[in-house]
Design a protein around this ligand. Structure first.
Ligand code: ARG
Ligand code: ZN
Length: 409
């Protein structure tokens, strides 16, 4: 009897454990022809692409041990060159968790990655210490009922001001994004005296974890989850790519109609409560106290400052203006730790992906400038960026953010 109970206990414990990625590899492939790109795109529903295929740009693909040989055969047959970027993903995940301190009951910090609750409590706590220049606003709820909390930072609350909106954590596994956006919050408030002129004239609205359900899922169940956690009717595959769910050329290039794809666009634009909450907040706030100027999405990984468009190869009307400021921001970023960034439009230097928050922000006419910053690294660690890199990544990215915001005053 005791043995049976122990066994049942073990099974229960095992089923609650997160997914493992033993022997999973990330292959970096080099598509050098239109056919290569086309063939890789066709694999998008089967494999986990860490970047979207584009001609003469490396495409990173995660593959499990069972399909490893098959994928390599396929690549070889097509003449697509590849190399191993990450040899054993589980080892990386293990070291990531090992190198994080046990943060339970510890003060909030930037030496490890934190839960949504810890992050949102941090926003509430720090805002309480700076009530005169900040407030926490719940802009909606996720599919699973979690609050979506952002913080507004800026003096003269209640008056109409130039405003900067930042979305973090749209993609669940890009843990560096919530980590550095909370660092920005801390920097702006704890060192507020350094930013008096800026905060007098500009309001920052920072949403560190936009995809709260997905983020929690990466912590509890599967580190590599990207999408939301909404149920797709008629499919066993869960989730929508929130950065394909905004409304500019919905379903355009770089999106998928398959619920099993990592870039599934969803049933319709703003089907996800998380994207809808951002849109509704932006639109309604724009009618009152926010004079929206800059929209800034924070993702990983690529080390790029991207302007619209993501849905077309055409450049937007304000490209020159956005590009010039992007170049300045990249220079300021590089001056901190020497980290090199590329600057350009999404389709020009990354790859197409319609339905992004950046395209919507600019295309809807709500914002004058729109950027997606893809932070560290360029693939050595990819999404599993060691927590030791949180602070340096935050420090350098913050200079890019400041450069952009200072252009408004
Ligand atoms: N890695 C981001 C994504 O795939 C890039 C976003 C760039 N913007 C865009 N509209 N695709 O969503
Ligand atoms: Zn992303």
């Amino acid at each position: 009897m005791k043995l049976i109970l122990t066994l049942i206990g073990c099974i229960a414990a095992v089923s609650a454990l997160p997914a493992r990625f033993d022997g999973h590899q990330v292959l970096r492939t080099y598509p050098t022809s239109a056919e290569h790109v086309e063939k890789l795109v066709a694999l998008g529903d089967t494999y986990d692409f860490w970047s979207t295929p584009k001609l003469n740009v490396p495409t990173d693909i995660r593959v499990d041990p069972v399909n490893n040989a098959l994928l390599r055969q396929f690549l070889t047959k097509l003449g697509i060159k590849y190399e191993i970027l990450i040899k054993d993903l589980q080892k990386r995940i293990y070291w990531e968790s090992k190198s994080m301190g046990n943060s339970v009951n510890a003060a909030f910090d930037w030496t490890s990655y934190h839960s949504t609750t810890e992050i949102q409590n941090f926003l509430v706590d720090i805002s309480a210490q700076h009530k005169d220049i900040s407030e926490v606003i719940t802009i909606g709820k996720s599919t699973e009922g979690r609050d979506l909390k952002l913080i507004r930072i800026g003096a003269n609350g209640g008056t109409r001001k130039k405003a900067y909106f930042m979305d973090g954590g749209i993609h669940a596994r890009e843990w560096i994004s919530p980590a550095i956006t909370t660092w920005f919050v801390n920097e702006l408030l704890s060192n507020r005296n350094k930013y008096t002129a800026l905060l007098n004239q500009v309001d920052f609205y920072i949403l560190p974890v936009a995809n709260v359900d997905g983020y929690e899922y990466t912590r509890s169940s599967s580190r590599m989850w990207r999408k939301t956690r909404s149920i797709n009717s008629g499919s066993t595959c869960v989730g929508v790519d929130p950065n394909r769910n905004f409304d500019v050329e919905f379903g355009g290039p770089g999106t998928s109609s398959s619920p099993c794809s990592e870039i599934y666009k969803g049933e319709k634009a703003f089907s996800e409560p998380e994207t809808k909450a951002i849109r509704d907040f932006v639109v309604s706030r724009g009618k009152t106290t926010a004079d929206w100027k800059i929209y800034n999405a924070i993702h990983s990984y690529a080390q790029m400052i991207l302007t619209p468009w993501g849905y077309t190869y055409d450049l937007p009307a304000d490209y020159r203006k956005m590009r010039d400021l992007g170049d300045k921001a990249a220079a300021a970023l590089k001056a901190v730790h020497g980290t090199q960034y590329k600057v350009g439009s999404v389709t020009e230097i990354l790859s197409a992906g319609a339905g992004g928050s950046d395209d919507w922000a600019y295309g809807s006419g709500n914002f004058e400038y729109s950027y997606t910053i893809e932070v560290r690294d360029t693939g050595a660690y990819g999404f599993i960026l060691p927590p030791q890199q949180i602070i340096p990544t935050a420090q350098e990215t913050f200079q890019a953010v400041l450069t952009m915001a200072n252009a408004l005053i």
